[in-house]
Design a protein around this ligand. Structure first.
Ligand code: ADP
Ligand code: MG
Length: 236
């Protein structure tokens, strides 16, 4: 059963180094898994938006990305597709624990990300959980260890980290901060720093926001490694 997967993974991996945003016209130009391609077609996503075209390549290559693009520009797929592909390429399975954590400033936005993930991830076999409070804490707690992808609000995630010694983030390989500028505006900086302390430093980080915020790059403990800037006027 794994032979086909191994061949596909090797084939995709061989194409990663040559991804060039300039020659991407449709989603089929990205070296995505068949599972992802099928879901994109079924969801009628054909042409990537600018932020997707520019950030997906570096993200697939394992680079940290700092992306700025206005509301409605398609930032959700710009991080969800690389998250799905990363876990797929690692042959992540349900028993491998939490592989990716996505942090969003509000419950509503977290819920929207979850809905989009259900669409584009529907042919994959990963488990995903929404950790946004309002629900039974105990219910979230028993479920979250079995989730490969967690979508969380900062306060609720920190609460679990503080109160649940069994919650294991050492397996985590990707961190996404969505609407990162808003997370900071809303006074979550201390909270984010506490969260980041719990994450392994060797991880990939994708940061997206509607505004160009250089203060994000300074966030203590973010451990960004020569991030690729997308949508920033002065590339650094
Ligand atoms: P942002 O997070 O930047 O505000 P979203 O990710 O919420 O934007 O996307 C805004 C809308 O655009 C959503 O309805 C989404 O389904 C749609 N969308 C995103 N990417 C594409 C695409 N490549 N083609 C068509 N529609 C898209
Ligand atoms: Mg968004």
């Amino acid at each position: 059963k794994l032979a086909a997967t191994d061949a596909e993974i090797a084939e995709l991996r061989a194409k990663y180094a040559d991804i060039d945003a300039g020659s991407i016209k449709t989603f089929s130009d990205f070296p995505f898994s068949q599972k992802t391609k099928r879901a994109l077609t079924e969801s009628k996503y054909t042409v990537p938006t600018e932020v997707q075209r520019q950030s997906i390549g570096p993200a697939l290559q394992g680079k940290d990305v700092l992306g700025a693009a206005i509301t409605g520009s398609g930032k959700t797929l710009a991080f969800l597709l690389p998250v799905l592909e990363h876990l797929y390429m690692q042959k992540w399975s349900r028993t491998d624990g939490v592989g990716a954590i996505i942090i969003s400033p509000t419950r509503e936005l977290a819920y929207q990300i979850f809905e989009t993930l259900k669409k584009v991830g529907k042919h994959h076999d990963f488990s995903a959980g929404l950790i946004i409070g309002g629900k039974n804490l105990k219910f979230e707690r028993t479920r979250m260890d079995q989730c490969n992808i967690l979508i969380c609000t900062p306060g609720r995630l920190l609460q679990h980290m503080d109160e649940n010694p069994l919650f294991n983030t050492t397996t985590m390989e990707m961190l996404v901060l969505d609407e990162a500028d808003r997370c900071l505006d809303m006074g979550f900086e201390k909270c984010l720093n506490s969260i980041l302390e719990n994450f392994p430093p060797e991880r990939q980080t994708l940061l997206f926001s509607a505004t160009q915020t250089n203060s994000l790059a300074d966030l203590a403990r973010l451990n960004l490694k020569e991030p690729v800037y997308v949508g920033y006027e002065q590339a650094s």
